[in-house]
Design a protein around this ligand. Sequence first.
Ligand code: FES
Length: 509
Amino acid sequence: MTNAKELPQYPEPFWRENIQFPKYPKLEEKIKVDVAIVGGGIVGVTAAYLLAKQNVKVALIDAGNILNGTTGHTTAKISAQHDIIYDEFIKHFGKENAKLYHEAQMEAKEFVAQTTKELNIDCDYEEQDAIIYTNSDDYITQLENEKAAYDELEIENELTETIPLPVPHKKALIMKNQAQFHPLKFLSVLADEAVKNGAQFYENTTAVDVEYNKHPAVITRDGHRVICKFVFVATHFPFYDGKGFYPTRMYAERSYVLAIKSKKSYPGGMYITAEQPTRSLRSVKINGEEAWLVVGDSHKTGQGKSTIEHYEALQNFAEAHIGVEEILYRWSAQDLTTLDKMPYIGRIAESEESVFVATGFRKWGMTNGIIAAKIISDKILGHENRYSGLYSPSRFQADPSLRKFIRNNADVAKHLIKGKLEFTDNNLSSLSSDDATVTRINGKRAGVYKDKEDKLHVVDTTCTHMGCEVEWNSGERTWDCPCHGSRFTYTGEVVEGPAKRPLERIELE
Ligand code: FES
């Protein structure tokens, strides 16, 4: 019998459980629409909903299944409290822009609240306070500075020494009236509505390029074209770069989630630590019963310890403070951070008039994702949007972005070189079932995974994006790239871009 306190064997996000999604076809022909949206997460689905409602002819294509990427793996906080950020944003972007950022998040929250009412969506939407807390003396001043920033921006708040969370804490900053919901219950209704209004959805259809003739066209891996007036690249990591140099302007991080049944009832609120390693908490209803979502332990993709240890760290935290009766689910998420922590939403590059992008939401994709859908829909419809300047991808400020830009690329270069020089001569006979190693086969650096039936799956570990060496991720059983966050199954298929081509498979004689 399995111990209920053990980690579930396979990562499976709770959000997709018990939701019936329609199956959408694969694109098998050339089509012509007004807008081609690539990527079926919160951004793509919301944009399809908004545009189709205005009688715009939309096609949305996704390389896998709709709502199964980052959006399907979120914590689903609808909050404007994005770690300690407003003090930094005031210093970097100025008070007006910091205020605008907060207003954008609150507008996204309002959109969810209104749409939930309007379409009568049962998506467990509930208002909750958002709380950053710390137990470290080093972070108390930072929280006080952040409180001063809230006051300056007229954000309703409270700085306190007592919160009802059974976790040691010295100080906490509360942002009132934020919210949480079940993202897929909400977005699946938006997807249905979009389709009812004429949007065409296609699954298992991988976009590989954008080409121009008279009009832009999205080219699929099978060679089909979606000819359109506008392209919206909403693929988490942009599948098309348009000379926007996105791989050099963002880095990918992974974080981990446990859904836990505890004897302790959840005290209300959505929590996050100020210090690292992050611990983020919210409640969720699973089969009508309250559970705790325990989230955190993030690290740069492909650069962590054995990934199962991150889940264990969360488990230890939960055992120590919350009490674990059962671990119901575990899953992980990948997030992209820009050089200045402000997402890139707008024209993909100055020279590309009709291609738009939305990416780099850090861990805050629910509100930033919705605001991205609104900004780009407004651009396509020719409407003003007061947030578009704030998020414009063409901004590039020397301080502190440039320093990070250089550091980021040094990091990529280090991984490119390190991976190539690494001497590996592991003995495959000692490899256990359900484990992987990196070795050399016929002079090539090869990643070998031995499955539960002891079958070996061997891939060339050279990432097909820009040639860094992928690393094994034991928690998800994937090969992850430390440079820009591409991920591949153990058989080499792309799970997550920017890579578009699978890892080369190596056949063992
Ligand atoms: Fe860019 Fe792997 S993701 S080299």
